[in-house]
Design a protein around this ligand. Sequence first.
Ligand code: ADP
Ligand code: MG
Length: 246
Amino acid sequence: KEEAIKLRIHHGSKVTGYDIPLPIGSFEDLISRFKLSKVLLQNLIHNNFNDPTAIQSEAIPCSLFGRDLIACAPTGSGKTLAFLIPLVQNIINSNKKISKDDKKLKGLIISPTKELAQQINNQLIKLTENLNINSGYLNKSLASKFRSKNVKSNKFDVIVTTPLRLIDLIKNETIDLSTVEYLVFDEADSLFQSDFLEQTDSILSSLTNTKLIKSIFSATITSHVEELAHGIMTDPIRVIIGLKEA
Ligand code: ADP
Ligand code: MG
């Protein structure tokens, strides 16, 4: 425990909230503490992700404990894996409880731009090798398959999307988000700027699962984002890496 606290000081991490878990010192820690899938660990090592970054070391245990999370860390500090690792593990755990033919959509990642959404999905594909997890980036072609009912939500374990594409399908009632257990808003500072703010409501009201875990990741958390976050979250843990001011 002392070591974990030292690590927190060394990283300059500020973590606040109720009942905060200790950070991890290595990805192997996740095996003993959270029964992380060995295949997932192998996929990390295989992609040269040998040691967790500061944000990963704090954020991953929070999400694996099922806590809502507001995470702020500079650009390039590894925020993508900080939400993808717990997402993948939560899906593995969830898939253990259901039969293979009983697939359902469990993860939803919302990103402000198409390019970023695609990058996140590429990262996700590397991380889920040999894990029998289907992820989809909601591009134009996939969206039209949803609209024509040629594809259903339960074809995917995870969907990565921009807000507008998703809202379009919600309006058409061609996507079912009621089974989603893990929601991520990436680059929340850009997401919650524009007109998206009004549309957040329509997304959130489609996410009806009472066990929904919510995460917000950003390089800067403005008071505006923070206010919104607290409005939609339950006892969130707040992780701030570095001294970035809003
Ligand atoms: P952010 O979203 O915080 O801007 P990214 O998630 O895009 O940062 O990560 C930045 C870069 O760091 C990427 O190239 C990613 O592959 C790399 N990276 C992330 N985590 C690790 C890690 N634990 N070990 C080594 N490289 C990592
Ligand atoms: Mg990022």
